[in-house]
Design a binder for this molecule. Sequence first.
Ligand SMILES: CC(C)(COP(=O)(O)OP(=O)(O)OC[C@H]1O[C@@H](n2cnc3c(N)ncnc32)[C@H](O)[C@@H]1OP(=O)(O)O)[C@@H](O)C(=O)NCCC(=O)NCCS
Length: 444
Amino acid sequence: MSTYRLHPIDETSRARLAEQGLTLSLVDGLDDSESGVARYDAWTQADGRGFYLDRAADDALAFHRAGVGDRRTTGVWDDATPATLEPVATINSWPTELSVPGGRTTTGWAISSVTVAPTHTRRGIARSLLEAELRTASALGAPVAILTVSESTLYGRYGFGPAVLATDWVIESRRARPLRRRTEAGRVEFISLKDFRSEVAALHERVRAERPGEIAVWASRWDQIAGLAPAQEAEAKKLRAVRYLDADGVVQGVVIYTVSGGEQDFTEHRVDVKYLLDATPAASAALWGFVVELDLVREVTARLRSVDEPLRWMLADFRAAKVSTIEHEYVRVLDVVAAFEARGYSAAGSLAFEVTDPHGFADGTWLVEADAAGTATVRAVDEAPAGVPLLSLGVPELSSLYLGGVSAATLAAAGRVHERTPGDAVAADALLRSPVPPHLSVWY
Ligand SMILES: CC(C)(COP(=O)(O)OP(=O)(O)OC[C@H]1O[C@@H](n2cnc3c(N)ncnc32)[C@H](O)[C@@H]1OP(=O)(O)O)[C@@H](O)C(=O)NCCC(=O)NCCS
């Protein structure tokens, strides 16, 4: 997949957009000629405009180019305004390691920066871009495409299904503390934002394979989380970073947070946890204990936590936290054999899927046979063998099941999956569910 960046543009979408006087074209973010840089920077400005960001200054443009200029970058230009450098639509993509159940990884075709200028919406431009991405990813052999979303309703039509849920937390500190937690002979200490930046990246690399849904986070995203990117100066002044070291002095967790409020009443501060990563239960207990037990704080908020966040069970009062669930990471299965052979299984057994995929990639009947080691062989069959649990479902539902965090029984109860025989979904879950609930700790 090394040539993915400049792999030729999808002809079907190019022709469809050309009929409307629109040009679909690649942008080379590594072209450092004056015109190449100007073209890429104009693409970045259009991307930022789509998400209502401030217009980027020169340092922010350079940061963006250095950070994500190596992705496959695509834009759409309106032929009616040939002098305008800024495209009317943007998208980018890159193959990344995606953690899947069983401590394994596969390649996910990550898609980001999907924007269409408000002057050009609702005429099928996003559809052309997304379908081009899926065809390109499939042609280059990606087992699945993946993305995070601004709105839930956008991507089901292209076969994406929510596969990773996340929880957002509002914790009433006074009711929550003291946390019920075991204490170990580790310690917490403040660190600089720069140290946080390098330690969080290293720790994430250490643990991500064990956490289905996580991806290989790119360097400039860590800069942004640490408040070290251009235009973050004001925010960075508010950020505090802390690490947890175990008894052997090994870093096992980090947290970065802000404290605000308290102007009228000093006891009414609010803590916002921007990112907390723990590699061990002791690190989780120590870092949550640290933020929830800060003096003069009324409320702690945190986002994108796992659905299985152990903090719930540490609170002095179970009702001290309000937890809401969102769908966070979406998966789109493109190659059923490659995708389902890449992941691990929780039990030995067989299972069949009868998949409807209007785009064709995953359409058909597929037999999954997992052995006792949790490794499966997958093949297309004309018909599911008798006696094997069989689920009939659309590709969004198949994709939701992929990371083992969504229950087939739940989808069957919701009418989203059809069982050949009652009990087939429960049998499927025995194979598919991951003991570690999928979690994705960043946006992309
Ligand atoms: C969302 C966005 C990319 C859609 O672009 P677009 O070119 O108008 O979309 P299309 O005309 O190709 O529409 C494709 C389908 O999506 C639907 N759709 C488009 N925008 C939608 C929205 N905001 N909510 C729900 N459905 C939407 C259309 O009805 C159409 O449905 P259909 O093909 O089933 O009939 C564009 O509105 C945008 O840039 N929004 C701001 C940035 C953003 O949210 N990007 C998504 C990041 S994850």
